[in-house]
Design a protein around this ligand. Structure first.
Ligand SMILES: NC(=O)c1ncn([C@@H]2O[C@H](COP(=O)(O)O)[C@@H](O)[C@H]2O)c1NC=O
Length: 511
């Protein structure tokens, strides 16, 4: 008996040549409404689904392939006598191939004009059911859900007269991934719609963006996956214009760099090393801001990742070209800037649309045997109500510098201390196991520049030792959350040295 294929596709790209090739291999075609019309328009011979089921398609296509004549033909195990005699007594024919792609649920919810009802109507039911039946019975049935597999299937038919078991198994695994991801997106959409914060199942889905040469170290395999729907203001959507392929560490660091510059309204440049800012500068333009970020730590910026929140022009490009950088990322580059920077063959140049809406997606961290999920820390200085517990209030200029340091410390691994002066960071103490340790590192790095600078701390001071160290270094103003039982000791120490201190009431731990 001739083999039969059931073809039912929403995305009709490439379907006509594929079906032609199947027919050329002696395969009979069964198809649903729109797909059948398209195939017939091309002069292909197609059996209508109603002829197989004995039922018309009904309820706006909600029921067309959901029928024992279809699922029996798909699920029957060919070498199981009982299955085969059940089929013949019910006059059901075998179906050997299923070519299906699903209602465009993702495109529907991405369309800002779509309603909830539109989304619901675009939940495919019959398609996933066929995919699952065919994939379960993959020893006998070939399931094709991806247009990219059309050629491979035809090649095997031409070469071996059948699709190999290995191929059928691989296609089945892909089919289950396909329906799982499809359902995950629906589940996520519905969960958001009903507003459940901690659903009992976490079913996020990601699409492979690229395989990476290796992970954090060369002996670790790695790949980069992106969310099916993400803002253009994300590292997943950033475009590479030039340079070597991105590495795992590049992607992580570039993401950290984007987070820093996103928090600044004025022209800002952040240099990142190993996920921590090593220099951040602000200025009237990107060249000025870059100069500040560079001066912040001319040693650490070497081999770093630089992110800018405004277009990079020729002046800035010429300065950046002077040292070895891994990546320069900005909303855009002028033609001239590109010309200058492209002279460096390996330097990666990337653009990102920082104007696009970015609400901050939930962050998932895996732990052994599980995952932690939390909202992104999007709280900024403007969102908090600060208090000033010290006798001396910060001057306007000190307040500006304090805000800058606070914006940066949010992005430094805890325990974190940032010193800032003259629109740039001058000392960053990152990832220390105690606060005074982070302060000592920041102060030491700042050296004489610490005199007259400001300090930001990501969490409160458990005792007055950090304020004491700040006073010794000549730091004039401090910003910290406050909230320690021993706040008064820190306030007294600040008052003793004429230091102005700002309490934010919120902390910015980053682990
Ligand atoms: N309800 C059903 O029985 C059913 N069977 C197949 N579909 C889908 O209908 C679409 C194709 O429809 P058409 O051939 O009419 O353009 C495919 O995306 C397929 O997955 C169905 N539609 C939705 O569930």
């Amino acid at each position: 008996m001739a083999k039969r294929a059931l073809v039912s596709v929403s995305d009709k790209a490439g379907i006509v040549p594929f079906v032609k090739s199947l027919i050329a291999q002696g395969v009979e075609i069964i198809s649903t409404g729109g797909t059948k019309r398209q195939l017939e328009e091309e002069g292909l011979q197609v059996i209508g689904i109603e002829e197989v089921t004995g039922f018309p398609e009904m309820m706006d296509g909600r029921v067309k392939t959901l029928h024992p004549a279809i699922h029996g033909g798909l699920l029957a195990v060919r070498n199981n006598e009982e299955h085969m005699s059940a089929l013949s007594s019910e006059k059901i024919s075998l179906i050997d191939f299923v070519i299906v792609n699903l209602y465009p649920f993702q495109q529907t919810i991405e369309n800002p004009d779509s309603t909830f009802q539109d989304a619901v109507e675009n939940i495919d039911i019959g398609g996933p059911s066929m995919i699952r039946s065919a994939a379960k019975n993959h020893q006998d049935v070939t399931i094709v859900v991806d247009t990219a597999d059309y050629d491979g299937v035809i090649e095997e038919l031409q070469e071996f007269g059948e699709v190999t078991d290995r191929k059928k198994q691989k296609l089945a695994a892909k089919a289950f991934r396909h329906t799982a991801a499809y359902d995950a997106l629906i589940a996520e959409y519905m969960t958001k719609h009903v507003g459940e914060d901690a659903p009992e199942k976490l079913t996020k889905t990601y699409n492979l963006k690229q395989t990476l040469r290796y992970g954090e170290n060369p002996h670790q395999m790695a790949s980069f996956y992106e969310r099916p729907i993400s803002s253009p203001a994300t590292i997943a959507k950033a475009k590479q214009l030039h340079g070597k392929e991105l590495s795992y560490n590049n992607i992580n660091d570039a993401d950290a760099a984007i987070a820093v510059i996103r928090d600044f309204n004025e022209p800002a440049v952040a240099a990142i090393k190993h996920m921590n800012p090593c220099g951040v500068g602000i200025g009237g333009d990107i060249a000025q801001a870059y100069q500040k970020a560079y001066e912040a730590d001319p040693m650490s910026i070497f081999g770093g990742i630089v992110a800018c929140n405004r277009e990079v022009d020729a002046e800035a490009a010429a300065m950046m070209k002077e040292i070895f950088l891994e990546i320069i990322l900005a909303p855009s580059f002028t033609e001239e800037a590109l010309k200058i920077l492209k002279e460096k063959k390996n330097l990666r140049l990337m653009t990102i649309d920082l104007e696009a809406h970015y609400a901050g997606e939930s962050r998932v961290t895996t732990v052994s045997g599980g995952a932690l999920i939390q909202e992104t820390d999007t709280l900024s200085y403007e969102d908090v109500e600060v208090t000033i517990p010290t006798d001396r209030k910060p001057s306007d200029r000190e307040l500006e510098q304090i805000q800058m340091a606070w914006k940066v410390v949010k992005h430094v691994k805890s325990n974190a201390i940032v010193l800032a002066k003259e629109d740039r960071t001058i000392g960053i103490g990152a990832g220390q196991m105690n606060r005074i340790g982070a302060a000592k590192i920041a102060i030491e790095q700042a050296g004489e520049a610490a005199e007259g600078s400001v300090m930001a701390s990501d969490a409160f001071f458990p005792m007055s030792d950090t304020v004491e160290a700040a006073a010794k270094a000549g730091i004039r103003a401090i910003i910290q959350p406050g909230g320690s039982k021993r706040d008064q000791e820190s306030i007294d120490m600040a008052n003793e040295h004429g230091i102005a201190m700002v309490f934010t009431g919120v902390r910015h731990f980053k682990h």
